[in-house]
Design a protein around this ligand. Structure first.
Ligand code: C2E
Ligand code: MG
Ligand code: MG
Ligand code: MG
Length: 293
């Protein structure tokens, strides 16, 4: 039975046992294979970060980038995060992987700033599992110290799911992170557990409008949710970034409606570090159009 096979695979995986159940289905086998490979991926340096530019809509300039994890598997090729982040989360491997992401992203941002590209913000995704690690604020502080990245240049992205459980504990942790001087963003805003009360109580700096709402923006069409999130963010004195911006009409709409920044394929997908560096060197920026009077 497929469910039982999955369950057993999970248990086997947790214990890092190498036995395969004969009845185990293909999916469960795949999970085990990926889990074993994930454990080795860090040692083998198979993880890489790609960087997606975040562009200021007023100036049209690249003001930061989001670090997005990729797994360069010797046989599977470039593996996208949705295929392994969940498993890394379940097994706890995400803690170690996440530490590598943070260190690598901060060092990279620091290095680009040292090359004279001005102040850049680096956004790093943290998984819920990482937030349950008591040493998280300490290890972030250590990374900032080791890399010399100004804390204000680090933007930690969280998802709304984080606020579902122990709210008091979450508030306390977020305050400890804020005390380091970094920025906190809510990723995929509006898709998860959306309670307005956490926005008041949590020391948040940025809302990232989920791309499902951005894709609602079509020619000559009102996108009520997008407009509402922008207004909400600004009323709360938060910055707002639209994710998954793919078309010029979306850019125009977002600019007309006062969105602060965009991220999406319209400007650029996530790029390998060398390509991102090229983009910085070219000083590429978004063609800005005058706002209607
Ligand atoms: P996310 O943090 O919301 O990242 C945005 C995702 O949307 C990225 O997918 C990005 O490549 C994609 N994207 C950007 N612009 C566009 C666009 O214009 N159109 C469309 N269709 N997609 C766009 P990616 O890189 O596959 O990452 C997926 C998710 O995996 C991320 O969603 C994030 O939740 C997670 N993730 C990525 N890297 C990490 C990491 O280092 N740690 C953790 N915990 N999660 C990560
Ligand atoms: Mg993100
Ligand atoms: Mg997102
Ligand atoms: Mg996402």
């Amino acid at each position: 039975h497929a469910d039982i096979a999955m369950y057993r695979a999970k248990k086997l995986g947790r214990n890092n046992t190498q036995f395969y159940e004969p009845a185990m289905n293909e999916e469960a086998r795949e999970r085990l294979r990926i889990e074993g490979a994930l454990r080795k991926a860090l040692e083998r340096r198979e993880f890489v970060l790609h960087y997606q530019p975040q562009v200021d809509l007023q100036s049209g300039r690249v003001v930061g980038m989001e670090a997005l994890l990729r797994w360069q598997h010797p046989e599977l090729g470039m593996v996208a995060p949705h295929r392994f982040i969940g498993l890394a989360e379940e097994t706890g491997l995400i803690v170690e992987i996440g530490a590598w992401v943070l260190q690598t992203a901060c060092a990279q941002a620091r290095s680009w700033m040292d090359q004279g590209h001005g102040q850049l913000r680096i956004a790093v995704n943290l998984s819920p599992r990482q937030f349950s690690e008591p040493q998280l604020p300490g290890s972030i502080a250590q990374v900032l110290q080791d890399t010399g990245l100004p804390p204000a240049c680090l933007d930690i992205e969280l998802t709304e799911g984080l606020f579902m459980h122990d709210v008091t504990q979450a508030v306390e942790l977020l305050h400890r992170l804020k005390a380091l001087g970094l920025a906190l963003s809510i990723d995929d805003f509006g898709t998860g557990y959306s309670s307005f009360s956490y926005l008041r109580h949590f020391p948040i700096d940025v809302l990232k409008i989920d791309r499902s709402f951005v894709s609602d923006i079509k020619e000559d069409d009102e996108a009520a949710i997008v407009v509402s999130i922008i207004a909400l963010a600004h009323n709360l004195k938060l910055r707002v970034i639209a994710e998954g911006v793919e078309t010029e009409s979306q850019v125009d709409y977002l600019r007309r409606n006062g969105c602060d920044e965009i991220q999406g394929y319209y400007f650029s997908p996530a790029l390998p570090a060398a390509d991102f560096e090229q983009l910085l060197k070219q000083g590429r920026h978004l063609r800005t159009m005058p706002l209607p009077a």
